[in-house]
Design a binder for this molecule. Structure first.
Ligand code: PGA
Length: 251
């Protein structure tokens, strides 16, 4: 069975002081027997500080992006070994904001996923259709192509180490959540596609998170769907109490 993972994507929010407050608030009220893995993904500038604060807790550290080379003349980029040296275990790759605003292609994302895997980081590989694509009835074509291109050349043993986040672009930061049935339909499609590309056993073990306006009010129903194995949370992870409520909904 796939592991349930609740991850908070802090995006470009939180300076050091804000990061300290937020992570302390999460850590101090984290339930003792968690039924899911909890990951926080602060901006690069807060990774080190947050890593120190979560040391004796169950919270895991993630980054929001990385480059696919280990080092070199790539001004302003951050590599996998750098993320590992700061304590990161996860890295979000291919987020729709990276794709739409920063021009990241499936090919680039594929290189990053491969590098994360060989480096020992768990990629949280984001996919999702835009509103225009959904209305044009090409959601499944878009998802298929993002999965096939993103996972190109990745072996069955390696794919078992990735997390997929289905985030319909029209639901991100808009307050419009996919209904549990809409989300489940796409999650089941992704799982079937992974079965085709790899095997049923491998597909069943891959965590597929939902993301897009997840909040305390809708988390339990979304997380109760058979193919939804966690959430990638944006807005609602910036307050400890709402992030904790989502963690509690992951039963
Ligand atoms: P949101 O963001 O929860 O604010 O919609 C989710 C994401 O972008 O990962």
């Amino acid at each position: 069975m796939a592991k349930m993972i609740i991850a908070g994507n802090w995006k470009m929010y939180m300076d050091i002081a804000g990061s300290v407050d937020l992570v302390a608030g999460i850590k101090n009220s984290l339930p003792a027997n968690l039924s899911c893995e909890v990951v926080v993904c602060p901006p690069f500038t807060s990774l080190e500080t947050v890593n120190v604060l979560i040391k004796d807790s169950a919270i895991k550290l993630g980054a929001q992006n990385m480059y696919f080379e280990d080092s070199g003349a790539f001004t302003a980029e951050i590599s996998a070994p750098m993320l590992i040296s700061v304590g990161a275990k996860y890295v979000i790759l291919g987020h729709s904001e990276r794709r739409a605003i920063f021009g990241e292609t499936d090919e680039l994302i594929n290189k990053k996923i491969k590098k994360a895997i060989v480096s020992g980081l768990t990629p949280i590989f984001c996919i999702g259709e835009t509103l225009q694509q959904r209305e044009g009835n090409i959601t499944f074509d878009v998802i298929r192509s993002q999965v096939v291109e993103g996972l190109k050349g990745i072996s069955e043993a390696d794919v078992a180490r990735i997390v997929i986040a289905y985030e319909p672009v029209w639901a991100i930061g808009t307050g419009k959540t996919a209904s549990p049935a809409q989300a489940q339909e796409v999650h089941a499609f992704i799982r079937k596609l992974l079965t085709e590309l790899y095997s049923a056993a491998t597909a069943a073990g891959i965590t597929i998170q939902y993301g897009g306006s997840v909040k305390p009010e809708n988390a339990a129903e979304l997380l109760g769907q058979p193919d939804i194995n966690g959430a990638l949370v944006g807005g609602a992870c910036l307050k400890a109490d709402s992030f904790l409520k989502i963690i509690q909904a992951a039963k």
